[in-house]
Structure formats: C-alpha cells, structure tokens
Write a protein that binds this ligand. Structure first.
Ligand SMILES: Nc1ncnc2c1ncn2[C@@H]1O[C@H](COP(=O)(O)OP(=O)(O)OP(=O)(O)O)[C@@H](O)[C@H]1O
Length: 534
C-alpha cells in the first residue's frame, strides 16, 4: 500500500470493505468479516504509528548529530558508509571490459599486430603523468633529434598490474596492463618492442552505459591521436625519382618557419594556409574538389624557395617527393611516379621553367630563353662562351641532361598538368604540390591560370626583417651597434638571404661576421652605382 493510500485510510474514511458491510444485512458471516477487517485496520494503525515514531527519531538523531558532531567526524562516518556500500556492492554500476591483446589472432608476424594495442601504448605514453602515478615503466630508445643527429626518446608505460584512468567527454575510461597468463606468454626475442616486452595485455574498462561512446568515439579517438603522435615522431623522408622508381632517403633539412628569413606577415599567412588546408577534408568533399593545394614559389636564386619547401614539410610532417622531370622520360613514367605518391606528401617540381616545355613560346614556336645570368668574373674571362646559354640553361641537379625539343613520348607541360589535375588528384588525398621558378613571368599561362596554383609566393631579396631573423638564427643577437648601418645599406641594395647567410656563416664572432656583411653591402652599393653609370 502506498503511503498516500495509508494516509487516507488512517483519516477514518471507511474502507471499501466497511462500506460494503454497512449496506448489507448483518449476517454472522458478515459480522465475522467485519470483526476481521477491524483487527487488520488496528494492526495497520499500530505499524504505522511505529514507523512514524522511527522516522521522527531518525530526524531527531540526524539534527542532534548535526548539532553535536564536528564536520570531520560526520565526513568520516559518510566515508565509512560509502566504503561498506562499495564492499557490499550496493549502487555499483555495471562495467564492461575490452581486452586488447598485442596480436590480432592471425598467423603471427608484424602484419598480425593488433593496431589498437600499439596505438593505445602510444596514446597512453602521452597521457601518463609521472607526477600523478607512483609507479611507471620507462624506456629510452635511439631516435633522430630535430637536426637529424643521433638522439634518444623516452617513453612511459603502465607496468603490468597497474592501471590509469583517462577522461574523454566526461566519461572515465580505465586502462589496465595485465600480465599474460603463463600459457599465453610469447617470450620470443623477436616480439620485444621498444616499449618493453609484450608479455601483457591491456584492458579497457568503463561503465556499461558508455559502451557506445567507447566503441564509436573513444577507440577511434585513441587511434587517431596515436597516429598523429607517430607521425610527429617519425623521421621524414625525401624521395627522388629514377625511371619509374622513387628512391627514399632520410630528410633532415633543418629549415623551419622559425629559421626562415622572410616577411613576417607572408610567413604567417603561409602557415595559416597550410594549417587550414590540413583541417578541411570535409570542406573539400562537400565542394567536390580533390583535397590538394598548389603553391608556386618564385623569386631570384638564393632567396629561400627550397628552404620554404623544407619548412613546409617539417611543419606538416609530410614526406617530400622531389620530382626531376628530366628523369621521367615519358608521360607514362610520370603517371607511374604520380600514382606512387601517397597521401600526406608534398610533390615538388623545382625550376619548372627549366623543365619540359613550361616556358612561353614565341611566335615561331621557339622557347623564350631565360634572361642571361649576371656577368661573373669567369664570364668576362671566357669571352663569348655565354653564347650557348639559351640552348643549355643551367642544369638542375648538376647532371641533368641538356634540354631538347620534346617528342611525342616526352613529358610535356600539358601532360604534366593533365596528370596532376586528373589522375594524381583522384588517386589519393591531402597532398600538396609545389612548383618553384626563378622566372615566373616566363612561365606558360596554363601553369599560372587561376585555380591551378592556389597560392603564388614571392621570395624576395633580403629585407631588414629577414636580416634580423638571420642574425638571430646565427648569433642569437637581436641588436648590435652595426645594425643601423646594415639597415640603411640593406634597403639600398639587392642582396639575397643566401648571400647574407654565407657572410654570417664565415665567422663565429658576430662582430667580425657583421663587419664582413657591411663590406659586402657597401661593395654591392658601389657596384649598383657603376651599373647605373654605364
Ligand atoms: N629566406 C631564407 N631564410 C633562411 N635562409 C635562407 C633563405 N634563403 C636562402 N637561405 C640560405 O641560402 C641557402 C640556399 O637557399 P635556397 O636553396 O633555399 O634558395 P632557393 O631560392 O631555392 O635557390 P634556387 O632558386 O637557386 O634553388 C639555404 O640553404 C639557406 O642557408
């Protein structure tokens, strides 16, 4: 009976049974029934009275306790009560546990690795806090440092038997490392990993009500975070083509956006553009465009175009695919090479003006030659030799074959652009293509038309801001007595960041190196005046 019903009953209103009795003749059976009903009502009234007194006592005891017991004592009593409740299992939530073994259960070998096991270890390494846990495993393994030199990497992991709790979207997930049962141990040396041996499995447990969150959101989040971490830690590669093959070597170019000497606003806009690009997978899908981005870097030699490409690769942690078109002998070979470039890579074609037929043609069909290089002492000595310059522009990698008119099979600009727009764009995602040139104004308009290269970036001569970056890179100086003179000179002459770098590299003493730079700038200024007079 509900309390409200009992309450109604207690107020003396007749029970359904009593009402029925009142309306019928008082037969012996009815009288007996009435007597029984009265007894039941009395017993009920008594029980209710007892309950009411017990409740009153409880309220009284609680208010007395509040008055008389100190807060600390009451907290201790509460804690004791919760401990007892936990021991007895009162109010305990139902839990689920996912067992994550190191192997997927196939035939063994590396292909059989359980990707979640590896990902969870990587993920947990970044989540474990040695200040918060009393005991942790630690391994130190060889790794390349940022400059490509020998370094080391420390990794934390949960020791078998220990556990840690991670919170994701307000839900607690407990990871526990559990020693493998004796029968399951695989103590073969070949199965040892950098994170310690794998004689353990991982258990992921959570409240049963959060099973969907665990399976649909948390596990994918762990996989994704671990992938990002691995990508950041992985050494970069630079791939160079020979025939249909890419040859891979480690990429340790130290250029970063911090070391790059260029206009600060331009630098910032490039970084922002790259960052936005990497986040826009859904955007590209929605607008029905391939997820790729093209950059055309142009400017005089030695202004940092190659350094910018390296900085992009280091920033995005993408491998570089440096495509030498003179080694891709036909459009078919090019097709193979492009198809073999994976997601998250940067395809670079340097000095595009020197490759295939990318320069504009004159009316007679001949290519417009690039302007002759500035006269050098050797040119002056070797009088007349520069006459063959238009037919043999400077080779790209020192041993690149001299250019000749493309034939049917040879790589052509239109072939290259068609492949890039078609096959290359459709075959994978998140790729960047970079063309560099010293002579943008001489490029075929097909390469320059809107939509082809998303960003045209001019890398110019060394300005004051760029010089300050270089001075800081080389000597960690932000000010020097020679700075005003250098600022004045640098605004009057054309000097490339490469030339400035070379002067700063000559001597470890900042005073001497900066003095040498001043001399170079003064000499350039004089030379400029002479050129104007002639
Ligand atoms: N903007 C810059 N910031 C920092 N260092 C630079 C910059 N430009 C040039 N350098 C220095 O000069 C060297 C050559 O520069 P880099 O090869 O990047 O120039 P480039 O424009 O690609 O030249 P090229 O057109 O001849 O290929 C670099 O290794 C670097 O030391």
């Amino acid at each position: 009976m509900r309390a409200s019903d009992a309450h109604k009953f207690q107020e003396g209103k007749k029970s359904p049974l009593a009402v029925a009795v009142g309306r019928m003749d008082p037969s012996p059976a009815a009288a007996a029934a009435a007597a029984y009903g009265g007894k039941a009502a009395d017993a009920y009234r008594r029980a209710l009275g007892t309950a009411a007194s017990a409740a009153a006592y409880a309220v009284l005891a609680r208010s007395m306790a509040r008055e008389m017991l100190p807060d600390e004592l009451r907290a201790a009593v509460r804690w004791g009560a919760s401990l007892v409740s936990a021991r007895l299992g009162w109010g305990r939530r139902e839990r689920r546990t996912l067992v994550v073994r190191s192997h997927a259960g196939g035939g063994g070998g590396h292909e059989d690795n359980n990707l979640l096991f590896d990902a969870a270890q990587t993920y947990l390494t970044s989540r474990l806090d040695p200040r918060a846990m009393r005991r942790l495993g630690l391994t130190v393994s060889k790794a390349r440092d940022d400059g490509g030199g020998d370094g080391w990497r420390a990794r934390l992991f949960i020791e078998p038997g220990d556990s840690t709790t991670d919170v994701f979207d307000g839900v607690e997930f407990t990871w526990k490392s559990v020693p493998l049962p004796a029968g399951e141990k695989k103590a073969k040396s070949g199965e040892l990993s950098a994170d310690g041996d794998r004689d353990f499995l991982l258990e992921l447990s959570f409240d049963a009500e959060h099973t969907a969150t665990a399976m649909e959101r948390y596990v994918p989040f762990v996989m994704k975070t671990a992938k990002e971490t691995q990508r950041r830690e992985r050494g970069l590669k630079i791939c160079m083509n020979e025939g249909r093959m890419w040859y891979i070597i480690n990429h340790h170019h130290p250029a970063t956006f911090d070391t790059l000497a260029m206009d600060a606003a331009l630098k910032q806009s490039i970084v922002a553009d790259l960052d936005l690009f990497t986040k826009r997978r859904d955007h590209y899908r929605r607008i029905g465009k391939a997820w790729k981005r093209g950059y055309l870097l142009h400017g005089p030699p030695g202004t940092g175009k190659s350094s910018l490409v390296a900085a992009m690769a280091n920033h995005l942690r993408y491998n570089l695919y440096d495509l030498d078109l003179s080694h891709a002998l036909s459009n078919l070979t090019l097709q193979w090479l492009l198809l073999a470039t994976p997601n998250r890579s940067i395809l670079v074609i340097e000095d595009i003006d020197c490759c295939c037929d990318a320069v504009v043609r004159d009316g007679d069909g001949s290519k417009t030659p690039p302007p002759p290089p500035p006269a050098t002492r050797e040119d002056e000595d070797n009088d007349g030799d520069s006459s063959d310059y238009p037919h043999s522009p400077p080779p790209r990698r020192g041993n690149a074959p001299a250019k000749h008119k493309p034939n049917e099979n040879q790589v052509t600009l239109s072939g290259l652009l068609n492949l890039i727009d078609g096959l290359w764009s459709a075959s994978s995602d998140e790729r960047i293509i970079v063309f560099t040139t010293n002579y943008k104004d001489r490029l075929d308009p097909a390469l320059l038309r809107p939509g082809r290269m998303d960003m045209h970036i001019y890398m110019g001569y060394c300005g004051w801001e760029a010089f300050k970056t270089l001075a800081h890179n080389y000597f960690l100086v932000d000010d020097h007595p020679l700075f005003p003179e250098i600022q004045e000179l640098i605004s009057q002459v054309e000097v490339t960041p490469a030339e400035v770098s070379e002067m700063l590299l000559r001597c470890e003493d900042a005073d001497v190196a900066l003095r040498g730079l001043v001399e170079l700038l003064v000499e350039k200024k004089k030379q400029g005046r002479r050129d104007v007079q002639q």
